[in-house]
Design a protein around this ligand. Structure first.
Ligand code: DC
Length: 237
């Protein structure tokens, strides 16, 4: 019997990028659960930094101070114990899992995530966290910048209308509804900022598969990605 047949299966890297509300988190968590991989929500890291910026009364346009803050903060992500729950997020030991999901934090996270020094720090942390593979990483620049050699790359998108509907349903559950027209406007503004910035703009990697979740259920997308993962494993041997 060849030694190779006893080699443990290689742990691969799966990158899931795309705009807010396309269903990335549900899909990424589903894929991670199916494969026994770790799920990493990189948006939560940028949100944690935005929360710390506000919490410390730092001017959100003070790039130098925020860049330094990104290097000092102890941001920890703890995978949730169930596929249905979000990642738990801690900054310097304080849990801020729910605090980072408000519209105010969403609004200031986008410009803060465009600061080059912030991206350098976050990307290095993300590369360290995913270095051993066995990871499903969700964000905007995972397939282009963080793991350009990821084994499976997906850019998950959907119409702004459909994304606003999903967001409205989430806010309704939380008891903090926002007028629908405003949700669509916020989503479109954020898309423009995230894809128009100079550093690591939100664009599909040249070798990413673009999926539109308007016409696909989350389960369909999970199954498709698990299938591509199997193919990638076979290619790797
Ligand atoms: O995925 P999210 O909505 O939690 O992301 C919050 C913000 O962070 C969003 O405006 C884009 C930004 N972000 C980013 O620039 N790069 C990432 N890898 C993840 C998020």
């Amino acid at each position: 019997m060849s030694n190779l047949s006893c080699a443990p299966a290689r742990l691969l890297t799966i990158a899931i990028d795309g705009p807010a509300g396309a269903g990335k988190s549900t899909v990424a968590r589903g894929v991670a659960a199916r494969l026994g991989y770790t799920y990493l929500d990189t948006g939560a890291m940028y949100r944690a930094l935005a929360w710390a910026t506000l919490n410390r009364g730092i001017d959100p346009t003070d790039h130098a101070t925020i860049g330094a803050l990104a290097r000092q903060l102890d941001i920890r992500l703890q995978p949730a114990d169930s596929e249905l729950h979000p990642t738990r997020v801690f900054v310097d030991g304080i849990e801020i899992t729910h605090e980072i999901r408000t519209p105010e934090i969403s609004a200031i996270t986008s410009p803060i995530s465009a600061i080059p020094e912030v991206r350098t720090t976050m990307v290095a942390l993300q590369q360290e966290m995913g270095a051993r593979g066995g990871i499903v990483m969700e964000g905007r620049d995972i397939g282009t910048v963080v793991f350009p050699n990821a084994d499976v790359k997906v850019f998950l998108t959907a119409s702004s209308h459909r994304r606003a509907e999903r967001r409205a349903a989430e806010l309704e559950v939380r008891g903090t509804p926002i007028p629908f027209a405003q949700l669509v406007r916020d989503i479109e503004e954020r898309d423009q900022r995230d894809s128009g910035r100079d550093v690591a703009p939100m664009v599909p990697a040249a070798d990413a598969v673009i999926l539109d979740s308007d016409s696909l259920s989350a389960d369909d997308v999970v199954q498709q990605i698990v299938h591509w993962h199997r193919e990638a494993e076979q290619r790797r041997g």
